[in-house]
Design a protein around this ligand. Sequence first.
Ligand SMILES: Nc1ncnc2c1ncn2[C@@H]1O[C@H](COP(=O)(O)OP(=O)(O)OP(=O)(O)O)[C@@H](O)[C@H]1O
Length: 294
Amino acid sequence: MLRTLIHNPVAGARRARRLGAVLERLEQRHGAVVTLRATGGRGDAEAMARAVAPGAFDAVVAAGGDGTINEVINGLGARGGGETTIPLGIVPLGTANVLAHELDLPLDAEGVARVLAEGRTLPVHLGVANGRAFAMMAGAGLDARVVERVDTRLKRLIGKGAYALETLARIAAGGGGPYRVAVDGGEPVEVASVIVAKGHFYGGRFVCAPDARLTDPRLHVCLFPRSGRGNALRYLWGVTAGRLPRFPDYRVLPARRVIVEGPAGEPVQGDGDVIGHLPVEIALAPWVLPVLAR
Ligand SMILES: Nc1ncnc2c1ncn2[C@@H]1O[C@H](COP(=O)(O)OP(=O)(O)OP(=O)(O)O)[C@@H](O)[C@H]1O
């Protein structure tokens, strides 16, 4: 069993010991041969995944947060996708680890190593936003502005709390939008924020799109219609309290193709990192990614 493991040492800084324990179990208990490569900066994980020689490894493992995993996914996608795609494995070392939660991956070293060695492969349908693949979600509006501005040093220090503080700061600052969202060629609707989900979890284990599933070839468009600080706080409370899907003004539409327009140059987030700017066309990726899961 041959695995190449692409590690973001910044994402994993607080959890370096967990990665060591995973490697030890993989090699000693499961007899895996692991090649470890560390990234040196943004874009490295994608280039490393893209450069894996065909047939050299039977899985490419991303060790980091959702941003690192997203890069590896794009690197694997750039290889052409299709039947020959190398399976993706995950060592969750990030702040929110939304994809790991969505896949119900174990977080302990023993469990992570077992999935990487013996897990089944799950066919994951990806989204693609202006050519960049995403596994969990892409969006424009409040959450994209939060992702753009969140202080990375604070994230390393206090984890998810940095997102909470930045969300409150962005709500207080106001502005942004409105966005016009056209679903499957229909008339555009105007909203204050939009999230296009592939998975049902958001920001950890909060639920935005209850019916979205990674293995389902559909996008779920989450529409936050009302603008203003009061409504932004109300939606935020709805997400954190698990009430959002029951809000009468909140809507989730299944879709295959979504176009979002708004103030030119506003950020678009994908899997928790800025992956582009408006306007954006979001669709399903033309390839399916095999992902190692329980
Ligand atoms: N060696 C490196 N030094 C600095 N930044 C890096 C390095 N390698 C990767 N990065 C960048 O770090 C960013 C954050 O990484 P990642 O998302 O994996 O971790 P995280 O932010 O802790 O987790 P989460 O996405 O779950 O919040 C990514 O955008 C990635 O491109």
